[in-house]
Design a protein around this ligand. Sequence first.
Ligand SMILES: NC(=O)c1ccc[n+]([C@@H]2O[C@H](COP(=O)([O-])OP(=O)(O)OC[C@H]3O[C@@H](n4cnc5c(N)ncnc54)[C@H](OP(=O)(O)O)[C@@H]3O)[C@@H](O)[C@H]2O)c1
Length: 213
Amino acid sequence: MQVAVIGANGGIGRELLPRLADAGHDPIGVVRDESQFEAVRDRGGEPRLGDLEDDFDAALDGADAVVFTAGSGGSTGADKTLMVDLWGARRVVDACVDAGIDRFVMISSVGAGDPLAGPEPLRPYLVAKRCADDHLEQSSLDATILRPTRLTDAEGTGTVSLTLDERDDTPEIPRADVAQAVVACLDIDRTVGETMHLTGGDTPIEQALGGDD
Ligand SMILES: NC(=O)c1ccc[n+]([C@@H]2O[C@H](COP(=O)([O-])OP(=O)(O)OC[C@H]3O[C@@H](n4cnc5c(N)ncnc54)[C@H](OP(=O)(O)O)[C@@H]3O)[C@@H](O)[C@H]2O)c1
């Protein structure tokens, strides 16, 4: 499959491109700066330009599936939360519907299910993620929504948990394991229509996602 990764220069995006290529897919790395093209190629992706606050539709040409793993980041303000995390994500969903790209994997966030229960500074971000998730769920796309806990750059473990412990010490998760979970989702039909919390854990990723029949 040609899989377009929105946010290909980000933490999960960089982990995702080579894993998609290793799994036999043709990754398209959508970035917003040509200076990032070489890094996309080095990771096995075909680089394309696309800015969520501007034009990106052409970046999706020929794609069979889209993964949204862009984000405004913690150091920007509410304007970028609205324009990237909420409106950007919604626009990608709409672009997929218009282009007939059926498969969509959204990297959402833990806490998006109930934004008001989250830490106060994070609530606008969680609302943005929730609204984007809702828009995807209400679309005609074959959608999987992954809601990871806090991301780390630790080495991947190949294992996760789908259970969300309400304790404060809910395990964080390496970006590499989220990336591996995305690849597994594309291969496991029963993840379509599912919204799943993803935390660090002990279950092999494919098994946790229901791929071990
Ligand atoms: N951080 C956490 O603990 C956490 C927890 C749960 C979920 N999440 C979600 O997980 C996903 C991945 O997180 P991450 O930390 O791996 O990402 P990240 O490293 O912050 O990367 C985000 C990427 O989004 C790109 N981006 C920002 N604005 C854009 C725009 N207008 N158009 C196109 N691309 C744009 C950035 O491009 P540049 O490289 O050009 O800046 C960057 O490559 C995000 O959706 C995030 O909200 C994060």
